[in-house]
Design a protein around this ligand. Structure first.
Ligand SMILES: C[S@@+](CC[C@H](N)C(=O)[O-])C[C@H]1O[C@@H](n2cnc3c(N)ncnc32)[C@H](O)[C@@H]1O
Length: 310
């Protein structure tokens, strides 16, 4: 086995989150390099695992890494928002006992310069799925000023989004992330810990891979599925994602879903899907923060469904 290119974040906390699952299926929506998947298979010897990724490099690597678990593992390529629906149609809801999503990019995707995720990359790509139609080249070189402003504000939370969008339009076309970040360096906010171009790269990456849309659709498919007894753990890496998870999990606890202005309950008051197990987001402990810088911004939230449909 070649060196493992990605250290799984919150590895102890993920194992703990699923530790009392003794049978059934756990779905790893973001298999990546199989770190969490292999831990779950080792620690829960009677479960089966369905693992999803949209990146062929990750699929090839983890197919080899997880081969020793034999028929306990099924690997599926595609976007998790779509594949999850296929899985939910194929297996009985009561068999699904756990769902994990460790969203965002892997260390390998960031480190491989040719993938275009880093501000030092020699190209402008950023697709997790190399066959996807939209890459960073189209976003940067073809989006209107207004479209660029919107994504810089919403996905990068950049205060001078108008100026940055105007500079992109003025200096384009760009052929590499390095060229882009060098050209805009002077306009970027200077944080102590992160490179000035990081938020720009984040905004473009979220747009290229529709990352927030994917997360929302995953959560919506899980809500619709009304899994009777499952644990859902989502790890996110920035506040935009964490906000979506926190809000959605809270909404899942609500028993009454009548509009606020309703005079009395007419919805049946039986819509709660279960409870939030993590009152606060779970974050890495000191030793992990020390070993793995990526864990600095990781936040995990856990929900447990508990539904008795007649
Ligand atoms: C942070 S890494 C996961 C690492 C993994 N937990 C491990 O231990 O190796 C995220 C992975 O999820 C994949 N991914 C992100 N969004 C996805 C989506 N919407 N559908 C399918 N795969 C996705 C990426 O390609 C990447 O390989």
């Amino acid at each position: 086995m070649q060196d493992i290119p990605h250290i799984p974040v919150l590895y102890r906390e993920v194992v703990t989150a699923f530790k009392d699952i003794t049978d059934g299926i756990i779905i790893d929506c973001t298999m990546g390099y199989g770190g969490h998947s292999s831990l779950l298979l080792e620690e829960n010897p009677n479960i089966k695992l369905i693992a999803i990724d949209q990146d062929q490099t990750a699929i090839d690597f983890s197919t080899r890494r997880l081969a020793s678990f034999g028929e306990r593992v099924t690997i599926k390529k595609g976007r998790f928002s779509e594949v999850i629906k296929e899985i939910l149609n194929e297996v009985k809801p009561e068999d699904i006992k756990g769902i994990l999503a460790d969203i965002g990019v892997s260390s390998l995707q960031l480190d491989q310069k040719e993938r275009g995720f880093s501000y030092e990359s020699e190209n402008l790509d950023m697709r997790m799925d190399k066959d996807a139609p939209l890459s960073a080249t189209e976003v940067v070189n073809e989006y209107s000023t207004k479209e660029l402003e919107t994504l810089l504000l919403e996905y990068g939370e950049l205060r001078n989004y108008k100026k940055i969008a105007a500079e992109i339009v003025k200096h384009r076309p760009f052929t590499s992330a390095k060229e882009l970040s060098d050209a805009l360096k002077k306009d970027m906010p200077r944080g102590k810990k992160i490179h000035p171009a990081t938020l720009l790269m984040q905004a473009i990456r979220i747009e290229v891979n529709d990352e927030l849309g994917e997360l929302k659709r995953l959560l919506s498919a899980l809500k619709e599925a009304r899994l009777p007894n499952a644990r859902v753990a989502i790890i996110s890496f920035h506040s935009l994602e964490d906000r979506i998870v926190k809000k959605e999990f809270m909404a899942w606890t609500k028993s009454c879903i009548c509009p606020q202005e309703a005079m009395r309950c007419e919805c049946g008051n039986d819509h709660s899907l279960g409870k939030v197990l993590s009152k606060k987001p779970i974050m890495a402990q000191d030793d992990e923060l020390h070993e793995n810088v990526r864990s600095r911004s990781a936040k995990m939230r856990i929900f447990e469904t508990d539904i008795y449909d007649e």
